[in-house]
Write a protein that binds this ligand. Structure first.
Ligand SMILES: [Zn+2]
Length: 63
């Protein structure tokens, strides 16, 4: 991931990279994502979200 600095649209706070745990279709996985230290909102880059969801769905189909 590039060293882009993102800001929260709501608070204007610079986002910090944090380990975020997802719960998706009863599967758990974590990813380092930019998160607002004030309101806790997580920003997911579209490419990452799409890639991860496709990966999870592929895993489910294999079972
Ligand atoms: Zn915020």
């Amino acid at each position: 991931m590039e060293n882009e600095i993102w800001k929260c649209r709501k608070c204007g706070m610079e986002l910090t990279e944090q380990n975020v745990v997802f719960d998706y279709l009863s599967l758990n996985f974590s990813e380092k994502l930019p998160r607002c230290p004030k309101c806790g909102r997580v920003f997911i880059p579209r490419e990452l979200a799409n890639g991860k969801m496709v990966e999870v769905e592929a895993q489910l189909e294999e079972k």
